[in-house]
Ligand binder design. Structure first.
Ligand code: PSV
Ligand code: MN
Ligand code: MN
Length: 400
C-alpha cells in the first residue's frame, strides 16, 4: 500500500495485477545500428564482440528479446544492412525468434546529397533519392516490414542559402511519389529534427511540418517522434498527446539526451520525462493491441557494452510504462474536474514514485523470463562468446 501526498491511501496499490496483461502487449523495436560501433566526430571506440554483419546484429537483438520478452523486432537501415537475399534474412531473423521491423532509408551519406536529397533543386538528385526509397520498399516487400521511416539530413547552414518554400514544395512532391509506391498495410513515417547536420534550417524541423507533409499524403503516412530531436525544454508529452489526438503518431524513436541529439539510453537522462510521455501514450490509446504506434529505440552505445545497453533501455521503457499504467485515472479526472491542482499533481506523482521493480521481476518469472535480465545476461557467457568468436572481418558501425 502506498500513500498519496496527502497521506491518504491511494488506489495505486490496487495493483500490479491489474496492469499485467497490458504490460504483456508492449513490443519494442531495436535499431540494428545500436549494436554497431558508434561515437562522436572526435572518436569511435571499437568494442570487442561488435557484429561484423547484419546477421550478427540480429543475433544480438534476438538475445535482448530472449532475456526480456520485450523486443520482438529489429529495425534495419539501408544501405548499412544490405544483403543479397532479404527473404533469407527474414527467415534467419524469424528462426531466432524476432522479426524485421521498420526500414530506415539513408540519403545522408552520398556526395550527391550535399545540398539536399528529396528537396534538392536538381531533379536528377531528387530522382536518385526517390529511387533509394523505392529500393527500401522492395526490401519491405521481402521482409514483411510495415514501416518505411524517412529521416532527412536536408537543410541549409546560412540564411539565404536556399529557397525555404521551394524546398518544402519539392519535398511534398518527392514524398508523394514515394507514398504512391507503398502497398497493402505499408506505412511511411516522417521523422523531424530541428537541427544537425544542417544548422540554419532543416526541411522537416518539427512535428507541425511533419504533420503538414504527411497529412497531404494520406492515412498511411504518419509522424515519427524522436525524443532527442527537440529544443531543450520542449514539452514532448504535449506533442505526443496532440499527435495521438490527430491520429498521426506513427512511431517513436526513444532515446534520452542531456544536451542535443545525444542518443543515450532511454530513460537515463530524465526518467520523469519518459514517465510523462508514456502516460500520454496510454491516455491517448497508443499502447495495446489496437494501437498502431511503433515503439522504436534510436540509440548509440558509444562507451558501454551494446547488448546490455539495449537490455537496460527496453527495461527502462517497461518500468516507466508500468508506473504510468498505475496512475489512478479516476482519481486524476476527479481532481482535475474539482480544480484540485495539488491533488491532481499528487495522483500523478504517486504513480511516478511507485517502485515497480519487485513486481516486474515476479511478472517476468511468471512468464518464464529471468527476473533480472541484466544479471542473466552478465552470467550467460554471451558477451565473452561474441568477443572470442567475432574476430577478423570488419566491425559494423553507424555510418558503415
Ligand atoms: C540522426 O539524427 C538520426 O539519429 C535520426 O534520428 C535517425 O532516426 C537515425 O539517425 C537513423 O537514421
Ligand atoms: Mn531517430
Ligand atoms: Mn537522431
Amino acid at each position: 500500500m502506498t500513500t498519496s501526498s496527502t497521506g491518504a491511501p491511494t488506489s495505486v496499490s490496487t495493483g500490479f495485477a491489474a496492469i499485467a496483461d497490458v504490460l504483456a502487449e508492449q513490443a519494442i523495436e531495436l535499431p540494428s545500428w545500436a549494436f554497431g560501433n558508434s561515437g562522436t566526430r572526435f572518436k569511435v571506440f571499437a568494442t570487442p564482440g561488435t557484429p561484423r554483419s547484419v546477421q550478427e546484429k540480429i543475433a544480438d537483438a534476438a538475445r535482448v528479446h530472449e532475456l526480456t520478452g520485450l523486443a520482438p523486432k529489429v529495425a534495419l537501415h539501408i544501405p548499412w544492412d544490405t544483403v543479397d537475399d532479404y527473404g533469407a534474412l527474414r527467415a534467419y531473423a524469424e528462426g531466432l525468434g524476432v522479426r524485421i521491423g521498420t526500414i530506415n532509408s539513408n540519403t545522408f551519406q552520398d556526395d550527391a546529397y550535399k545540398f539536399g536529397s528529396l528537396t534538392h533543386v536538381d531533379e536528377t538528385v531528387r530522382r536518385k533519392a526517390v529511387e533509394h526509397h523505392f529500393a527500401c520498399i522492395d526490401v519491405m516487400d521481402a521482409t514483411g516490414s510495415r514501416d518505411l521511416k524517412i529521416w532527412l539530413a536536408d537543410g541549409t547552414n546560412y540564411a539565404g542559402q536556399g529557397d525555404l518554400r521551394g524546398r518544402q514544395d519539392r519535398l511534398a512532391e518527392s514524398l508523394a511519389t514515394i507514398y504512391d509506391r507503398l502497398s497493402g498495410d505499408q506505412r511511411m513515417v516522417l521523422e523531424y529534427k530541428f537541427f544537425e547536420p544542417a544548422f540554419y534550417h532543416t526541411d522537416v524541423p518539427d512535428w507541425g511540418t511533419s504533420y503538414a507533409q504527411v497529412s497531404a499524403l494520406g492515412e498511411r503516412a504518419m509522424v515519427c517522434l524522436d525524443t532527442g530531436h527537440h529544443a531543450p525544454g520542449t514539452n514532448i508529452e504535449f506533442i505526443v498527446m496532440q499527435l495521438l489526438r490527430l491520429g498521426k503518431l506513427g512511431s517513436f524513436d526513444f532515446n534520452s539526451r542531456n544536451y542535443a541529439d545525444d542518443d543515450l539510453i532511454v530513460g537515463a537522462a530524465d526518467p520523469f520525462q519518459l514517465f510523462r510521455i508514456l502516460f500520454e501514450v496510454i491516455r491517448g490509446g497508443g499502447l495495446g493491441r489496437d494501437s498502431e504506434v511503433a515503439f522504436m529505440l534510436d540509440q548509440c552505445h558509444n562507451v558501454e557494452d551494446k547488448v546490455p545497453g539495449q537490455i537496460r533501455s527496453v527495461l527502462n521503457v517497461q518500468e516507466m510504462t508500468a508506473r504510468a499504467l498505475l496512475v489512478d485515472r479516476d482519481a486524476l479526472a476527479k481532481a482535475q474536474a474539482d480544480g484540485d491542482v495539488l491533488g491532481a499533481n499528487g495522483v500523478l506523482m504517486d504513480a511516478f514514485y511507485t517502485d515497480v521493480r519487485t513486481d516486474l521481476a515476479a511478472w517476468r518469472e511468471s512468464r518464464g523470463l529471468p527476473a533480472d535480465p541484466m544479471h542473466a545476461y552478465a552470467v550467460s557467457g554471451y558477451q565473452r562468446r561474441i568477443e572470442t568468436e567475432r574476430v577478423g572481418g570488419t566491425q559494423t558501425g553507424w555510418g558503415a
